[in-house]
Design a binder for this molecule. Structure first.
Ligand code: ATP
Length: 511
């Protein structure tokens, strides 16, 4: 645990030191769970968004984009169920005065049982060597079976209690499991209460005519209310999707995990409209497709897992999370939800307008079912950033800090150095920059020894460095150095563009 905490602290410190993430309003001591993206952060964030957008919209002939407003008519949130049901169960510790989400306390407890089971399995794997059959051990070893059964029981009971709004049982479960305040160890809890996560605001100047509004807690509803606009004007045929990225706001109860859980954050969502009855087929398709997108970034298959929901939201008939191995353990990164026709039907009812698709092949109209994929851009940023930050011991015994960002996402793609600040080398470096900057983000650095400049770019996440030296004057070649392998190659200046373009193309990464 101490190790995890250390790693996470390093991530946060590095994000600040290299201009990725600053606390919002820092000079006023910050604002809780709100963050700003610095000069490198904004580039990384834009690149992640772009990578998602291209994989969704550009790569699918039947998916189009949308940019709907943050403010929406207040009835939207009545229809969607957010006014009545967008709650989290909260619990306070009477001694520490700290506030927690009751469901998260229970989930964390259940996760510990899973970790215990995994430890037993790993120990046995070592003992038995090649002859080890994990599946058999998992289902027959009494200790492992006990841990896993207990975990399933806990999650199932919590899911049921939350579904039935039985908050007393949620509290009882916390007491039975003897769950303590993770920070102080106290077990002196209040009752569990529901807390609505939407931020309210007002539209209009005078008190009597002002209208109560909400800041949208998800981007999805903007897509639902525009469903027919897009379908008709884009002449879209089912199945088709609408993708959108944008800010969402939630008054989160607990916000102590950096950009993992923010009060203002950005979502990347895609709603896929399908024929009723075909939704589970498409649900499987999107689970598979989204996992492949994550794996394309090369951050390690072992760092992802699916988690099927025990407690389904009021609108869903199937739901799973893609969880990622964050510095504080496996947590939700993305949700894939089969939302049925809940949203469109509700908007039909509340607006009195038809939201049906006329299917020319079947010669009938129906309200489509929806499968959505929903990922937090900031959470994806944290996954990429924390996974990339490494301390490496080199052959000579020294260490280097390196941010091994997938190069397609890196803020600066190439740094160009003249070996010395004279003999015409800076001018050649500048010429190289002027040639590459059309398609790539490029940076010039002439300060300090080259070794030091390499280290600086390693820590900032720049995948390639180019050094211009005296040999360049003779044969028009430069050194191309790769961040991860630290390998250096001599390359003709004329070949740089083609080589870098090939390495950094969307096709090479996404395909
Ligand atoms: P959680 O259980 O972590 O609160 P959720 O299930 O409420 O998340 P969804 O409503 O499914 O989340 O939102 C879809 C995605 O939006 C999440 O998978 C996550 O990546 C992102 N997200 C949700 N809430 C936040 C937040 N407060 N800060 C950053 N990202 C968030």
């Amino acid at each position: 645990m101490a190790n995890q905490d250390d790693k996470f602290k390093k991530v946060i410190a590095h994000a600040k030191e290299y201009g990725y993430i600053f606390q919002s309003s820092e000079i006023y001591d910050g604002l809780s769970a709100v963050y700003d993206y610095g000069q490198n952060g904004v580039e990384l964030k834009n690149n992640i968004r772009d990578y998602w957008w291209k994989s969704m919209v550009q790569m699918h002939q039947n998916i189009v984009g949308l940019d709907s407003a943050i403010f929406m008519h207040p009835t939207t949130w009545k229809a969607s169920g957010h006014v009545d049901a967008f709650n989290d169960p909260l619990i306070d510790n009477k001694d520490s005065k700290k506030r927690y989400r009751a469901d998260v306390l229970i989930e964390d407890h259940a996760e510990k049982l899973l970790i215990k089971a995994k430890k037993e399995i790993n120990k046995a794997a070592k003992r038995f060597g090649d002859a080890f059959d994990e599946e058999q051990y998992r289902t027959t070893n009494p200790r492992v079976v006990g841990y896993l059964q207990k975990r399933d029981e806990i999650l199932a009971r919590m899911g049921k209690s939350l579904e039935n709004e039985d908050l007393e049982d949620v509290k009882a479960l916390i007491e039975e499991l003897e769950i303590a305040d993770p920070e102080t160890g106290s077990r002196n809890w209040t009752e569990v209460r529901q807390f609505n996560l939407m931020f309210g605001t007002k539209l209009g100047a005078s008190a009597d005519s002002a209208m109560d509004l909400y800041l949208r807690p998800e981007t999805a509803q903007g897509i639902f209310v525009n469903f027919l606009n897009v379908q008709k004007t884009g002449r879209m045929k089912i199945p088709f999707g609408i993708a959108q990225t944008g800010k969402a706001f939630r008054n989160e109860i607990v916000a102590r995990q950096f950009i993992f859980r923010m009060r203002e954050f950005e979502q990347m969502e895609m709603q896929f409209f399908v024929q009723p009855g075909e939704e589970l087929k498409w649900y499987e398709y999107w689970k598979d497709t989204r996992l492949k997108w994550h794996l394309s970034l090369g951050m390690g298959e072992e760092n992802y897992r699916f988690h099927d929901h025990d407690k389904l939201a009021h609108y869903a008939n199937a739901a799973a999370d893609i969880e990622f191995n964050f510095p504080f353990g496996f947590k939700e990164l993305e949700g894939i939800h089969s939302r049925t026709d809940f949203d469109l039907k509700a908007h039909e009812e509340y607006s009195g307008k038809k939201l049906k698709f006329f299917d020319p092949q079947r010669n009938e109209s129906y309200v489509p079912y929806v499968v959505e994929t929903s990922i937090g851009l900031d959470r994806m940023f944290l996954a990429v950033f924390s996974n990339s930050l490494k301390e490496e011991v080199l052959d000579d015994g020294s260490t280097r800090t390196v941010l091994k960002l997938p190069s397609i996402l890196a803020p600066t793609k190439v740094a160009v150095f003249p070996l010395v600040k004279k003999d015409g080398l800076p001018e050649i470096a500048q010429e190289i920059i002027d040639n590459l900057k059309w398609d790539l983000t490029v940076l010039y650095d002439e300060k300090d020894a080259v070794g030091k400049r390499y280290r600086r770019q390693d820590a900032a996440g720049t995948p390639y460095c180019i050094t211009v030296d005296h040999q360049t004057l003779e044969d028009q070649t430069v050194t191309l150095r790769e961040r991860d392998s630290m390998a250096q190659r001599r390359i003709k200046i004329d070949d740089l563009e083609d080589i870098l373009r090939a390495e950094l193309s969307m096709k090479r990464w996404l395909d």
